[in-house]
Design a protein around this ligand. Sequence first.
Ligand SMILES: Cc1cc2nc3c(=O)[nH]c(=O)nc-3n(C[C@H](O)[C@H](O)[C@H](O)COP(=O)(O)OP(=O)(O)OC[C@H]3O[C@@H](n4cnc5c(N)ncnc54)[C@H](O)[C@@H]3O)c2cc1C
Length: 599
Amino acid sequence: MATYKAPLRDMQFVLNELLEVDQTLAALPDFAEVTPDVINQYLESSAQFAENELAPLNQTGDIEGCKLENGVVTTPKGFKEAYQQFCEQGYSSICCAPAYGGQGMPLTLGLPLMEMQISANVAWSMYPGLSHGAYSALLAHGSDELRQRYLPKLVSGIWTGTMCLTEPQCGTDLGLIKTRAIANDDGSYSITGTKIFISAGEHDMAENILHLVLARLPDSPKDIKGLSLFLVPKWIPDAAGNPATRNAISAGSLEHKMGIKGNATAVMNLDGAQGWLLGEVNKGMACMFTMMNAARLGIGMHGLGLGEIACQNAVAYAQERVQMRALSGTKHADLPADPLIVHPDIRRMLLTGKAYNEGARAFSYWLALQLDIEEHASDEAQRQDAADLVALLTPIAKAFMTDNGYTVTNLSQQVFGGHGYIRETGMEQFVRDARISMIYEGTNGIQALDLIGRKIMMDQGQKLRKFTKIVHKFCQAQADDAAMSEFITPLQQLLKDITDLTMAIGMQAMTNRDEVGAAAVDYLRLLGHLVYGYFWARMAKVALTKQASAPAPFYVAKLATARFYYSRLMTETATLKASIQSGAKNLMEIEEDAFALGY
Ligand SMILES: Cc1cc2nc3c(=O)[nH]c(=O)nc-3n(C[C@H](O)[C@H](O)[C@H](O)COP(=O)(O)OP(=O)(O)OC[C@H]3O[C@@H](n4cnc5c(N)ncnc54)[C@H](O)[C@@H]3O)c2cc1C
């Protein structure tokens, strides 16, 4: 069975040594007291919860799955009890507003805790994860009355939340939504329709479920501009706030699916369910967008969390399992063969995991810090800069991190050979669990279109320049450090290539919009490597500096991993560049019918 140990040393390295988050947080009025000691206390207690309470339920949850009988969903054994403990120990309220019973901690602290929960048990982690999305939407767009009525119980975790967007005929194109909302005389709405694939749509872990539902009023535009967002509780509370009336929203069935089996993915039927408007009529998508960045970063964390646990187990296996002798001569003469970890190809797979995971950790924690700045800085210009960086880099966090996370789970399974394919070791579960993160919350292909289209082309590259300036400044600051040149030279070259390519795609798009779509996925990966390359160069700098004053194997390994990233992973940019430059013609010239000509 797979095991999990929270990577506390690396988390502390990123938060305290690389990003020095306490200095940034100290300048934000709400977080002046979030010192490294406070952060470490949360990390350590959360690590224990993830390792001891959640991880043991991961494989059993996968085998048992969720069951629907007579409208009631039963989650796997132990899920409910773990959730109760989670709430009792205050984890559900850590990053929520004190006005509603939250602890008011920054997302910069919440994200590492989320990473641990995902690593230990991703299916379980989605129940509180979705609640937080619902919390953010309700906080931003609910009326005072709705917030007072619903937020405290969402914050304490007594009630959970969902996001109900997808319908049978639409996932990516939400403009096709058919669910109808009709105004009632009392200011509420009557909502009818079918939502599919709703994560945590029905379960037995909380006394009430608050569904956030996108629906259309009869006289609203028939496209994406005609959607409104509604709060539809499973149980409508009475005046005292206790669940009182069963609402007409129920689970019709549960999906049978590839992974995350401990999370109930439900078809939700609404038969005139009573709902309350959040935000304004026809502004449903705008309401969704306010929480989209944090939600997409949350899904990006699935890539890191699952990559981390898969890689940890692959390392342990490679150290223990003996097969063949090292090509360069026997390394462990006392053993009948050498451990797998002596073989270069095994090292390639393990280092790919280590490099992608640690790059993702540095990037995502930094992005969480930007989200905190965006929301809490007192200076308007600082907030705007952070908002632009978040908007630009969120699609990369979602898509690059989950694509890489899937690669890492796959390679980690490969390290186990045939033992990774059978169920007992738990490795195949990580691959299955990781796959969905590339699909939901906007597929990775759609993230790429969002990046290049909305985030870059539509604002003439202004947001992109805000990030490239940061990278450029860092490179300039290393000009006199010869030890850094192995990182700075390729990083500067990539900066230049991206600037040139962005201009070239922009020019081509003026005559053919398909050029943007044809370049999008490769372009996102190219930018992803710029981001990870920047953070790996920064990590190398810290490691070099620390190594000079306080040598430690941790810094030696950091430096070696930075070198691996630069020479074996970031070099993918050459292929990506060539692919982008080949243009749209090789994709578009084949006739639609010709795809099926060979059979
Ligand atoms: C396990 C699971 C849990 C989920 N949880 C939730 C949930 O809690 N709430 C919720 O509302 N939804 C949820 N979803 C739905 C999920 O978000 C959608 O499946 C996803 O957004 C894709 O929509 P679709 O499946 O309809 O695919 P489609 O929209 O039909 O897309 C099919 C393919 O076409 C591509 N594509 C579509 N349009 C374009 C374009 N213009 N250019 C290029 N490529 C394009 C897509 O990238 C995709 O690869 C969940 C799904 C699953 C499987």
